[in-house]
Design a protein around this ligand. Structure first.
Ligand SMILES: [Cu+2]
Length: 280
């Protein structure tokens, strides 16, 4: 099939319009705290670290786009201007000092421009501020356990709840934290390596048996935030979601009181199991 120039132009225009529409609609696909159908951007941010991560990501996309287009233009120029047909008598040029200095210096400057915000983000992630609250998240085959050593000293299990929405992300007992407080997460694996990750908070850290890794977040808005185990850990790797419920100070205090009673003695083990243990 042969297309006329007009047809090709119209097709390209159609593609461009579709691209712009998709880009404009991208924000609509993103949902706070959870993935959305056809989402192709990062999940909406709920912490300072994720704000910086999102900003840095956008910066890199722009830099890489400009570089790619620039190289494309150079390639086209080479093909059109410097082919054998256009140059029956080849040029004998071998050096051009100005260009050589430029193509060494400019990439160095670009790398420095990337390195500065990159290190700033790394420090923001790794330099953990004074924590208001510590939670220990233990990855197990295949669920998470959360311990609150500060208040109440209780621990409970968090298992996938098939009947809850969003599908494959809901759990029976979610981690609950207060809004605008620095939460330090200490994580370890009870059996194999798992990874604790919540995209909206910009955190992802391995939970390694025999070792305590830590990370932190300060959620700036209330709501439900979903994540998943992010290290292939066995057959039910896909079925051990992470759910963090961010609530007000008042709600948090109330929850702590409730949780202390609910999880204090027997953890979240079914009553029958606990009773059997007691009978031994
Ligand atoms: Cu896992």
């Amino acid at each position: 099939m042969k297309m006329s120039k007009g047809q090709i132009g119209r097709r390209l225009l159609g593609l461009a319009v579709a691209g712009v529409a998709l880009a404009a609609g991208g924000a609509a696909f993103a949902e706070l705290g959870q993935p959305a159908p056809w989402e192709w951007t990062l999940q909406e941010s709920a912490t300072g670290v994720m704000d910086t991560t999102t900003w840095f990501h956008t910066l890199l996309v722009w830099i890489i786009t400009v570089i790619t287009l620039f190289v494309l233009v150079l390639l086209i120029m080479v093909v059109v201007k410097f082919n054998a047909k256009a140059n029956p008598v080849p040029s004998k040029t071998t050096h051009n000092t100005l260009i050589e200095v430029a193509w060494t210096l400019i990439p160095v400057l670009i790398l420095v421009a990337i390195a500065v915000p990159s290190f700033r983000l790394l420090f923001q992630q790794l330099d953990i501020p004074k924590a208001d609250l510590t939670i220990k998240a233990t990855g197990k085959q295949w669920y998470w356990s959360y311990a609150y050593p500060d208040n109440g000293k209780f621990e409970f299990d968090s298992l996938l709840a098939q009947d809850k929405k969003p599908r494959l992300l809901g759990v029976d007992n979610e981690m609950v934290v207060p809004v605008n407080k620095v939460v330090r997460i200490q994580t370890t694996g009870a059996d194999v390596i798992h990874a604790f990750a919540v995209p909206s908070f910009g955190i992802k850290i391995d939970a390694v048996p025999g070792r305590l890794n830590e990370t932190w977040f300060k959620a700036t808005r209330e709501g439900m935030f979903y994540g998943q185990c992010s290290e292939l850990c066995g057959k039910d790797h896909a079925f051990m979601p992470i759910v963090v419920r961010v609530v007000s100070d008042k709600e948090y205090t109330a929850w702590i009181e409730q949780a202390k009673k609910k999880f204090a003695v027997n953890g979240s083990r079914p009553t029958a199991v606990a009773a059997a243990d007691g009978a031994k």
